[in-house]
Design a protein around this ligand. Structure first.
Ligand code: NAD
Ligand code: MG
Length: 385
């Protein structure tokens, strides 16, 4: 029998992490060598016990010590250093990074630096440090396999094409819960309304990013780094049915589209299994019942986050890192009821204006830019509150 792949899942208690565990199931193909969470230690220990996993990491120190007290059949690593040790010492062949936010950058760098293939849901890693992250992967020969529906779709579409045939990439957006509203109508929307995504069920942060369209801005940057395509050749198209996830335009004018159910298990499975499509318990799409697929341009007046992301992307250097950090602070404040919905874009814009982008010489530059951007974004939130 072929040896099982040693798989490490970071962020296993989150939306992507749980769906990944579902897919891996009792499969013969993977051996789970570790799991991690930020602080939800009971859920993490339960996952580890059910699956016979012997090492876990919890970033929150208090949660880690509680877990260590109550779980005696395995080892609990603690803090951000514990997370890095989990990656370094688990002997994984494949790491799934399903953390949320720029906290995912450290584990991404560690895995790629060790030459370990990376299934990457944590798009913030690429937004913040895409240039350096991709250079590192190239140097060690580790693969970056996208776990984002649009990028998994593009990856699959592009794998059949010769070099130079593809002229443009398109990623689609559902438009989120506020599609069709004008900017002034968004002043009063509630957290609950923003969390009610029409087509996808996801973690809180990405659900708000989808409502502001920042998620699509982050994904344009993600696509640029993953596929090496310049920004002016990456398009965003609003497609409310969320059935087409990505399109490529070829030199002869033909377009190829990837159609799939709005279910992240498809993208996760593609990243974990590669081209060998495996059976998933998902209802196939009945296109006759769907009837119509519709498309429209994104409204950048109502949703300025998309424009801000593109501007930061083109400015380059530390600008996408600043954009991301300010967005994380603003989304957190919105979810906590401390910032109105339209305040999210304002906080990001003010933070970007206050920090001159710097070239990316080393990862340290990013950690410093992230720290400064958070500080300024916090003040911007307080000023707007
Ligand atoms: P989530 O909030 O549901 O889960 C996040 C996981 O990371 C949890 O296990 C949590 O304990 C852990 N975590 C959170 N903060 C941490 C920190 N500071 N340090 C260490 N661990 C931490 O998030 P999610 O929706 O599963 O999203 C994960 C990533 O996947 C995000 O980058 C998101 O953009 C991307 N993504 C998600 C979906 C989706 O359907 N949920 C789709 C596409 C891409
Ligand atoms: Mg996506």
């Amino acid at each position: 029998m072929e040896q099982r792949k040693r798989l490490l899942i970071l962020g296993s208690t989150g939306s992507i992490g749980k769906q990944a565990l579902d897919i891996v199931g009792e499969g013969e193909e993977f051996e789970l060598v570790g799991l991690s969470a930020e602080r939800s230690w009971q859920a993490l220990i339960e996952q580890a016990s059910i699956r016979g996993v012997e090492r876990v990491a919890l970033v929150d120190l208090d949660a880690a010590s509680r877990a260590a007290e109550s779980w005696t059949s395995g080892e609990v690593l603690a803090g951000p250093e514990g997370l890095v040790r989990l990656v370094l010492e688990s002997g994984a062949d494949l790491v799934l990074n399903a953390l949320v936010g720029s906290a995912g950058l450290g584990p991404t760098v560690t895995a790629l630096g060790e030459g370990i293939d990376l299934a990457l849901a944590n798009k913030e890693s690429l937004v913040v440090g895409g240039e350096l992250v991709c250079r590192l992967a190239e140097a060690t020969g580790a693969a970056i396999l996208p776990v984002d529906s649009e990028h998994a779709a593009l990856h699959q579409l592009l794998s059949g094409q010769g070099a130079g045939c593809v002229q443009r990439l398109t990623i689609t957006a559902s438009g989120g819960p506020f599609r069709g509203l004008r900017r002034e109508q968004l002043d009063q929307v509630s957290v609950e309304q923003a969390l009610a995504h029409p087509t996808w069920s996801m973690g809180g942060k990405i659900t708000i990013d989808s409502a502001t369209l920042m998620n699509k801005g982050l994904e344009v940057i993600e696509a640029h780094h993953l596929f090496g395509v310049p920004y002016e050749r990456i398009d965003v198209l609003v497609h409310p049915q969320s059935l087409i996830h990505g399109l490529i335009q070829l030199a002869d004018g033909a377009m190829l589209a990837h159609i799939g159910p709005p279910d992240m298990r498809v993208a996760i499975s593609y990243a974990l299994h590669g081209a060998e499509s495996v059976q998933l318990p998902i209802e196939p799409i009945d296109l006759a019942r769907v009837g119509a697929l519709t498309f429209e341009p994104a409204d950048e007046d109502a949703f300025p986050c998309l424009r801000l992301a593109r501007e930061a992307a083109v400015a380059g250097g530390t600008a996408p890192c600043v954009l991301n950090a300010a967005n994380e602070v603003a989304v957190h404040a919105f979810l906590a009821g401390r910032l109105p919905f339209n305040g999210i874009a304002r906080v990001i814009e003010e933070t970007l204006q206050a920090i001159e982008p710097e070239p990316l010489r080393a990862f340290e530059v990013l950690y410093e830019a992230d720290r400064r951007a958070r500080e300024l974004a916090f003040s911007a939130v307080s000023a707007l509150a």
